[in-house]
Write a protein that binds this ligand. Sequence first.
Ligand code: SME
Length: 146
Amino acid sequence: ALKKKTVDERLLSICELLEANVAYYNWVGFYFKNGDKDELKLGPYVGAPTDHTIIPFGKGICGQVAVSNKNFVVPDVSAQDNYIACSISVKAEIVVPIFINGDNIGQIDIDSNTPDPFTEDDERFLEYVCKQVAKLIDEENYMLTF
Ligand code: SME
């Protein structure tokens, strides 16, 4: 029988697709604002498990994007002082925020084991992915109000 995928299942599929198809996307995951708290909570992801399932706003690359509302491209993570290391194999990171009605509700976070791999094409592509993610979350939230 056909079973409708949940939002988390869809988000996991997106992570799997990105990790499998882009050689330099080695850890792909979503973080979302944790209710009313000023912190991020880890959502679906693929790659090495991380201890950083909760990240306070302002902390690390992810926490900085939660407050800046801007893409953060890190060509060399070792050059960042406000950085949370998840794995020693990670060389670079990109974080792109997700907006619903102008509110920053979360982000996609991608780690790369390749130094300086991310271009503006990655930013444009991931902004597009984040827009689609915003739509599916917004539609789900809308459905839940009935
Ligand atoms: N490196 C991130 C933490 C999350 S891990 O990459 C999965 C940061 O500095 O916010």
